[in-house]
Design a protein around this ligand. Structure first.
Ligand code: COA
Ligand code: MG
Length: 289
């Protein structure tokens, strides 16, 4: 799976921002036809994204296109305009059921077959950002075309009538539910946007919180957020060194017949080994080990 530590959005009709994005070495670039694009600019967004997919070199950045919600009346033209240009993946916002993903999946598979592309080569990520999205997570997360679940805190708060706060308690249950279901179905979990994009300190706090909750990446909206967020979702050298020591010492103790032992004053056993292995997986995905 492509690493998605940071997933950068820009309005799909903004050619300059797309051109800027491809210079930023960001893991994923998501050209948006949904809420980042004004209602009277949807056609321009579709056409600009199609042109970008055809003409621009994205380097190692993943090329994603976000369509409008299934049922908005815009989704069919959105997906049919961009698919022939082979994005790496499609993001569907405000998903509330398995069937909405199935709708997109069938259109994508038809395009893959018609163009001779590998079936399943175009991946799908879905936004979970409504109360119904949260309560239907189990069926949503089970869709085989999925790579990841994306948590939308602002839409979720608006949908349930919560008031957003710095501490974020009002979205914690939903934010954790998304990680939980992603883990249960081996999907990536991509955390909420930090909207005060000029406040780097708050960005780092929220990114670290998301990583601690188990998220593998975070949505971002501004170039200044790329570096701090990619760093927050890459294990630090200290954390990697410790994880390596856990793995090494665990193996040595197992060979001697000890399932639990002490390292630096802490008890180490199987769950801590698994956690250390997860850290090393993430470090590997970020090209660090
Ligand atoms: N992607 C790529 N480039 C971006 C960008 C983004 N998301 N946001 C800003 N930039 C560019 C600007 O175009 C500008 O480029 P320039 O120096 O070549 O002129 C530079 O980065 C600095 O931008 P800045 O002036 O600080 O911000 P802004 O006022 O131009 O834009 C926002 C602020 C919030 C409107 C803009 O960041 C944005 O559109 N973000 C994405 C919104 C979105 O897609 N929302 C939907 C998903 S939640
Ligand atoms: Mg949203």
């Amino acid at each position: 799976m492509h690493p998605r530590r940071a997933l950068l959005y820009m309005p799909g009709d903004d050619w300059n921002k797309i051109n800027k994005a491809i210079t930023l070495h960001v893991d994923s670039i998501c050209m948006d036809m949904e809420d980042g694009t004004a209602l009277n600019r949807k056609v321009e967004a579709r056409e600009t994204i199609a042109k970008a997919l055809q003409e621009l070199k994205f380097g190692k950045s993943e090329k994603l296109a976000r369509i409008n919600a299934v049922g908005s009346g815009l989704e069919k033209d959105d997906i049919e305009t961009v698919l022939p240009c082979h994005p790496d993946g499609v993001v569907i916002p405000k998903v509330e059921s398995f069937d909405q993903i199935q709708w997109a999946s069938e259109i994508i598979e038809t395009a893959e077959l018609a163009n001779g592309w590998d079936v399943n080569s175009i991946r799908v990520l879905v936004g979970i950002e409504t109360a119904r999205g949260i309560i239907n997570l189990k069926e949503i997360a089970s869709h085989p075309r999925l790579d990841g679940l994306i948590f939308g805190a602002e839409d979720f708060a608006a949908n349930i009538g919560a008031t957003r706060s710095r501490a974020g308690w009002e979205v914690l249950h939903a934010r954790s539910s998304v990680v939980l279901h992603a883990a249960a179905y081996s999907l990536q979990a991509i955390d909420m946007v930090t909207i005060d994009f000029r406040d780097t300190i708050n960005l780092k706090i929220e990114a670290a919180q998301g990583a601690a909750l188990g998220y593998s990446g975070k949505q971002i909206i501004h170039p200044a957020q790329v570096q701090p967020v990619q760093e927050a979702f890459t294990p630090s050298d200290d954390v990697i060194d410790y994880a390596k020591r856990v793995v090494e010492t665990f193996e040595a103790h197992q060979a001697e017949g000890a399932g639990a032992y002490e390292l630096d004053g802490k008890m180490i056993d199987m769950p801590l080994l698994k956690n250390a292995q997860k850290v090393l997986d993430r470090a590997r995905a970020a090209g660090k080990v």
